[in-house]
Design a protein around this ligand. Sequence first.
Ligand code: WTA
Length: 637
Amino acid sequence: MNNLSDFQLKSPEAFQEAYRNSIDNSSEFWAEIASTFQWHKPWKEVLKYDWSIPSTEWFVEGKLNITVNCLDRHVNVHPEKEALIWEPNDPNDTVQRYTYKSLLAAVCRFANGLKNQGIKKGDRVCIYMPMIPELTIAVLACARIGAVHSVVFAGFSSTALATRINDAGCALLITADGAFRGDKKISLKAIADEALNECDTVKKCIVFQRTFQSVEWDNRKDIWWHDFIDGLSENCAPTIMDAEDPLFILYTSGSTGKPKGMVHTCGGYMVYTAYTFMNVFQYQPNDIYWCTADIGWITGHSYMVYGPLACGATSVHFEGVPSYPKWNRFWEICEKHKVTQFYTAPTAIRALAKHPTKLIEDYDLSALKVLGSVGEPINDEAWNWYDTHIGKNKVPIVDTWWQTETGGILISSLAGVTDQKPTFATQPLPGIQVALVDEKGRPIFEKEAEGILTINYPWPGIARTIYGDHQRYKEVYFSAFEGRYFPGDGALRDADGNYRITGRVDDVVIVSGHNLGTAPIENAINEHAAVVESAVVGYPHDVKGNALMAYVILYDTVSYTPSLYEEIRKEVAVQIGPIAKPDRILFVSGLPKTRSGKIMRRILRKLAAGEADQLGDISTLLNPEIVEEIIVGLAKE
Ligand code: WTA
């Protein structure tokens, strides 16, 4: 039998050959890779799909448990190898280390607790936790027994948490008393309590004691984590899952109101995240890999938990923020753990670049072999800073383009193997068939072109549906262009076939690497009693990539007071979370609209970006005079 490492592509020629093979013999290509994993029962068919439904199934009728592949399999060969090195928020706190053996034991123990509570295969479990090892343990414990985890980022508000719990009908919530984030302490349990007032399906709430702050306690519902696992066995037989059984739900913002619960399944997701992890980061057995993401996002799921563990890798997980206690923290951690692969987001890079390079020079970063970027387009300046100051001009940079929906990386160079090009994600990975199309969906055949990205063939990691709303899945991803997956991004292609992602083509704005739909933010603002209507757009920001600007119309009866600014921002923080608060709010008497009453966001975006001279023809607007009013208002901002 082959090992996964036999499929590591180590030269441009090997990549070219694998790519060709993945197109010409797609099923054989993925079958060979998948056969390096441990299956309880082999699949009957590699791929069955019909994107007119749309439906995608990989490794049909194959049986497995992903935790066997992420843990047991490695315990058998290297039980004492470190799986996880956990770096706490406060550098004076103790680093925690989990070997594959001790991680499996902790996962099994917690899984037994879940079973005791009657949680079984298919039940949904919500996880709302800080970046501590217990978060990873809770995730894997769900997967161990076939419960579907739904991790909600701990920066979301109680309303956002409640919406997600109710959408998935979760039976249980796992949280913590509080979370440390830099010099702040966040009262997670209090937020969770507030959410649970709105959630009937949750019967129990498991609380890990992290900050030791005082919390409200309801004996009927709340159980301390330590009591929950007390005296339980460290063995738990894995529940055998179908390759297409759901593994998790992860919510992402859409251009309309409700968040979309993307459903990922067990078999294809495992194969895809492991294969892409190993190849993009050129992972080697003794590497120390660090991804700075939060497990509340897809990057954390795929490239902090499942991908690296499936490859038997050692990962650093970090609880804190790059600025605490000082802006040197990332480099201190890199030196301390001799990090070989470092994977972060452009927004972090831009924030770091604002600080003196002296903060870097004190540290030995010579172990670094690969730098990675994810979450938004990386601009030239940030790319060059990363390359010069962190990579010292000799460490390859992988700019990885993908989405919550794609499960794993679709476009990227392979570190040090295929060519990189600043600000370009470069080439599709094996198995990924990209087509650039125009607005009518017509493929663009010229090499050098700009258009809309589509993918016209399934890959194993694609999300299979939106939880509880397959129709919306079809509408959002498979209806814009028939027979193609539509990610919502625009792209530019150069003469060598490299892709640069130019940004969203829908009403999603990426702020500090977080996807935010403008519609839910507008809904939140409109909740304020003084507000009639609002429109939210993104505008370029030198650290966040994009920031949000809200144009707000107040009721005639309300007169403007300076406190409205904070009140409206607070409304957004309550409904969604602090990450969605608009930086700028302009109070206006109207919004530019088409004759059919549609808000002209393009104009609002230009105005927010300070490009009033590039509005084009506005005479067809229902109310062109409002544009002049906005320009005057902006001048006074
Ligand atoms: C954007 C994050 C340019 C893109 C993994 C995508 C990127 C959205 C890149 C998905 C990149 C992500 N270059 N843009 N390397 N990576 N994006 O679901 O617009 O949080 O559609 O997944 O982020 O964000 P999500």
